[in-house]
Design a protein around this ligand. Sequence first.
Ligand code: PGA
Length: 241
Amino acid sequence: MSNLKIDYFQDYKIFSQTAAELVCQQLARKPDSCFVFATGFTPLGLFDRLSAAYRLGKASFQSSFLVELDDYYGIHPSDSKNLFQWLSKAFLDRVDFPIHQTVRFQTDVQDPDRECLRIEDEIQSLGGIDFLVLGLGANGHLGFNEPGSSFQSRTRVVKLTEASLQSSQRYWGEDSKVPGKGFTLGLGTLAEARKTLLLVSGKEKKPVLKKLLTQPPSPDLPASAVHHFDDVRILSDLKIS
Ligand code: PGA
């Protein structure tokens, strides 16, 4: 059995509220924290609560920094599928996050490898990632680190698997074509974060969560890299028996 710390919640509301409290505690401890927030359906409740906390004067991101976790490659930055745009609408524009304190992938660059090095350099200049909020892919991906990703991998461009393309299709609708490649912070890059919160919600995640908690870490299940992360907490609204 795993020694990963996991907290189960009876519903999505309490799960999201707890995640928001942990982000607020980080803000109180270190207002100039460097955050990474996953996109997807899972953190939407967290974003709602953080934006409510901001409106009530209980949370401010004025001094904080953000690095994008992943994005598609080969689309214009203003494309509606651009994940930084998604994050802006879902979260950044609803709080006081200064845009000049955010680092995003330029999704239409000519030289993607150079772009990945730039992102790694930006993380170093910010002093590393303080607080990482991740979601879990039904195929075990973390960011766009697909099955087979080395635990030492750095920021890079990857070919998205059929499972991830189908999962992404949920965001954009059946008729919308999802780009086949993506940028992602590497598993080795993520492993250097000082604190990690892995959020697991959605009944389709039950099998992968069970694997994560019961099987030895392996690149076949990229999320199992978290076994080697420094300070990880998993929150879930799915009880694994
Ligand atoms: P979800 O996706 O939060 O939309 O379920 C998570 C993921 O696939 O990484």
